[in-house]
Design a protein. Structure first.
Length: 65
């Protein structure tokens, strides 16, 4: 799995951070997503997929490899 984020689309809702804090964070100044792990371990894949589904801006893309 590879994770991609479309930073300009992010609306800073923080859903991804609450679901997968080891993979996503938010910038202090504006809350915009920060990708911490582009290739997360298998144990986090379900959380990353859920983050992509619930993202209100559809800013998270999961690429299955």
């Amino acid at each position: 799995m590879r994770v991609e984020v479309d930073v300009p689309k992010c609306v800073a809702s923080g859903q991804c951070v609450m679901i997968a804090p080891d993979v996503f964070d938010q910038r202090e100044e504006d809350g915009i997503v920060v990708l911490l792990d582009e290739k997360p371990p298998a144990a986090l894949h379900a959380d990353v997929r859920e983050s992509a589904v619930v993202c209100p801006a559809a800013a998270i893309r999961v690429v299955e490899e």
